[in-house]
Ligand binder design. Structure first.
Ligand SMILES: [Zn+2]
Length: 103
């Protein structure tokens, strides 16, 4: 009993820096990464600079957005249908990051 820390997924252990998280608006459609070796679920957002960016919400500290953006389904107790998600750039988390270069 020496190490109490949880074992980390080695695939995610890439950067020691604090990762940058991006907001994924509710209703953003889920897509699949085009890389066959990755095939992660990603969400395309448009950054404040107008650039499209794939976001990976299946990361530590990430949250998937609700599928629909429907104000009628607001619920004070359960998760409403307007939950924004958050995640990291899939440029950083993709197993096949080279695929994104030069695009
Ligand atoms: Zn990928």
């Amino acid at each position: 009993m020496t190490d109490t820390s949880e074992p980390r997924d080695p695939r995610r252990e890439t950067t020691p820096r604090t990762p940058t998280f991006f907001k994924v608006p509710a209703g953003t459609p889920a897509r699949q990464c085009a890389s066959p070796s990755c095939a992660a679920t990603i969400y395309w957002i448009v950054t404040t600079r107008g650039r499209r960016m794939p976001i990976d919400c299946d990361v530590e500290g990430g949250v998937r957005p609700s599928r629909k953006h429907d104000p009628r389904q607001l619920d004070a107790f359960n998760a409403p249908a307007n939950c924004d998600g958050r995640g990291r750039s899939h440029f950083e988390t993709c197993k096949d990051a080279a695929r994104f270069r030069g695009d």
